[in-house]
Ligand binder design. Structure first.
Ligand SMILES: *[C@@H]1O[C@H](CO)[C@@H](O)[C@H](O)[C@H]1NC(C)=O
Ligand SMILES: *[C@@H]1O[C@H](CO)[C@@H](O)[C@H](O)[C@H]1NC(C)=O
Ligand SMILES: *[C@@H]1O[C@H](CO)[C@@H](O)[C@H](O)[C@H]1NC(C)=O
Ligand SMILES: *[C@@H]1O[C@H](CO)[C@@H](O)[C@H](O)[C@H]1NC(C)=O
Length: 569
């Protein structure tokens, strides 16, 4: 249904009118979004003819653009939403479909593709044909968020099954699938990647954030099911990822720079999507993990939203503190650069998530970093902690709720009467454009609506993480490289005489990347001007094989970075 509200007007009517419109939009759009997701899943989906069982198509559109493929990212985010519905008891009919998804992904993991085989980087391949064969055309590859998002989705399901007593299936069938993805993340997070929009090849905030989440969740999950041998390795890499995550913050302009490359402003929905997909209620408003209500994520949200105010015609005449249509990033030219439903809904979701946390903790905090965000609603507000009994708390939380609803209403306003959601809506008149029935648009509606209703799902271990042990800038970056022809399923590791190399522990040795197979590599931050001994080892079906004596040795430089190329002996 097309609501008769116009974005600016809905605002003038006040919070009450806005929230009842939001309520009626959600009531009508929820079933359409759910049906839209299900229609795009093979083999039974009504719009996904030809897709194998459990395969999620991105959209039924076969030309302008041709999206009749399956992407690991879109599929995993979509199934994470369905798995949350299943495990929370909201929809107990989804079990078979989830099992089919897991089987399809297990098959796709093993499909050799232009990024490699399962053991030489193929897990980073972004998209496949819907009959589970490799897509061999030119593409922005690899995209290293996929394995992390898939591991997160499958672990969410596996945790539920394990806690319900279905332990053998989890250990024997699901863990090998999860472990492949987590080992890929642990070994390859520090390699460059195409971003989630498949355009920029560098390091990307969304990718780093979801990789970090997957390893933290992996630590909890591996401990739960007794697979403790991976834990130390994942902890080491999760610590390094968390340190690296901090480097995207731009302290001068108070926002998260989305990519290290690309030559753009870096203002990008990438960062908002990262915040909602790493939301953990237990972490409160922690800024280390850019939680939705953290001062950094709120400041970033304002900078991101404001970057669209003057570039879309449909945002003209909307006051500077009200919701607007938002897209991927302001410099976007794809299909002429339009707002995307999933981006506008992500803004609403981040704000709804923030409200969930403030409500749970009974206070909100305004810091110098988040001041500009809160002053949109009350120019007199000052930095401070406001208990839920104060009028400032009431004023700010109801303003944030109205602001959040405003983004939902923008989407409502540009949803056609049948409720179908394409990828984009036109910046000039709001009509739908680009791919029809985009699965991710529907999934983003489901997760935003759940957040609006106050729902949050399982914790992944974001609480109480610290960056105090992050390497100081005095460390030096050392890349170790060694050529080695592995057997299928065999991985290369390094350990050595310092804690950064896990103190000669075979169990905790650092897994290396096979991105440039047969060269295996890893970049580690090590103490400067230090003589360090180390060895390479392989692990294969539980068997450890060390290099022969003597140990390798490197004396690190006083500063900068160095590459150490070795041959296995
Ligand atoms: C799978 O799909 C691709 C792309 O549509 C097609 O070229 C290929 O022949 C199909 N392979 C099989 C085994 O069906
Ligand atoms: C465990 O879950 C799987 C996946 O749904 C199912 O096939 C299997 O029958 C279950 N096993 C038990 C013991 O419930
Ligand atoms: C690898 O990690 C180091 C240390 O955090 C960082 O400086 C570098 O930019 C990272 N490179 C990539 C490609 O992730
Ligand atoms: C985090 O630390 C605080 C303060 O020590 C504690 O109250 C809280 O329970 C911890 N949260 C989690 C999830 O461990």
């Amino acid at each position: 249904m097309r609501l008769t509200v116009v974005s600016g007007l809905a605002y003038a009517c006040g919070a009450l009118a806005a929230s009842s419109s939001v309520g009626s939009y959600i009531a009508s759009e929820s079933p359409v979004a759910k049906a839209g997701v299900l229609a795009n899943i093979g083999a039974g989906g009504s719009k996904s003819s030809g897709a194998y069982s459990g395969v999620v198509i991105a959209s039924p559109s076969t030309s302008n653009p041709d999206y009749l493929y399956t992407w690991t990212r879109d599929s995993s985010l979509t199934f994470k939403a369905l798995i949350d519905q299943y495990t929370s008891g909201e929809d107990t009919s989804l079990r078979t479909l989830i099992d089919e998804f897991v089987s399809a992904e297990a098959t796709l993991q093993q499909v050799t593709n232009p990024s490699g085989s399962v053991s030489t980087g193929g897990l980073g391949e972004p998209k496949f044909n819907i009959n589970e064969t490799a897509f061999t055309g030119a593409w922005g590859r690899p995209q290293r968020d996929g394995p992390a998002l898939r591991a997160t989705a499958v672990m969410s399901y596996a945790t539920y099954l394990y806690n319900s007593g279905n332990t053998t299936y989890v250990t024997d069938t699901l863990w090998p699938i999860i472990e492949l993805d987590l080992n890929y993340v642990a070994g390859n997070w520090n390699q460059s990647t195409f971003d989630l929009w498949e355009e920029v090849d560098s390091s990307s905030f969304f990718t780093t954030a979801v990789q970090h989440r997957s390893l933290r969740q992996g630590i909890i999950f591996a401990n739960l099911i007794g697979q403790t041998s991976v834990v130390s390795n994942y902890e080491t890499q999760a610590e390094a990822l968390l340190c690296f995550l901090q480097s995207y913050w731009n302290p001068t302009d108070n926002y998260v720079t989305a990519n290290t490359g690309g030559g753009r402003s870096g203002k990008d929905a990438n960062t908002v999507l990262a915040s909602i997909h790493t939301f953990d209620l237990d972490a409160g408003c922690d800024a280390t993990t850019f939680q939705p209500c953290s001062d950094k994520a709120l400041s970033n949200l304002k900078v991101y939203v404001d970057s669209f105010r003057s570039i879309y015609t449909i945002n003209d005449d909307i006051s500077s503190d009200a919701a607007v249509a938002t897209g991927r990033y302001p410099e976007d030219t794809y299909y002429n650069g339009n707002p995307w439903y999933l981006c506008t809904l992500a803004v609403a979701e981040q704000l709804y998530d923030a409200l969930i946390v403030w409500d749970a903790q009974d206070y909100l905090e305004v810091t110098s970093t988040s001041l500009a965000f809160f002053q949109q609603f009350d120019s007199s507000v000052a930095a401070g902690t406001y208990d839920s009994s104060t009028s400032t708390y009431s004023t700010l939380t109801s303003a944030v709720k109205s602001f959040a609803d405003g983004f939902t209403l923008i989407v409502a306003n540009y949803t056609p009467s049948d409720g179908e959601l394409s990828e984009q809506y036109s910046k000039s008149d709001g009509s739908q454009t680009s791919a029809v029935d985009l699965t991710w648009s529907y999934a983003s509606a489901l997760t935003a609506f759940a957040a609006e209703a106050g729902t949050s799902y399982g914790s992944w271990g974001a609480a109480n993480l610290s960056t105090s042990s992050c390497p100081s800038t005095s460390g030096v970056s050392v890349t170790f490289e060694v050529e080695y022809d592995t057997e299928y399923g065999e991985n290369l590791y390094i350990t050595g005489s310092v804690s950064e190399l896990e103190d000669w522990s075979a169990d905790d040795a650092l897994i290396m990347s096979s991105a440039n197979y047969p060269t295996w590599s890893i970049t580690v931050t090590l103490p400067a001007s230090t003589a360090i001994q180390y060895k390479y080892l392989t692990k294969y079906n539980g068997d450890v094989t060390w290099e022969d004596d003597p140990n390798n040795e490197i004396t690190t430089p006083a500063s900068g970075s160095v590459t150490q190329s070795d041959s296995w002996h």
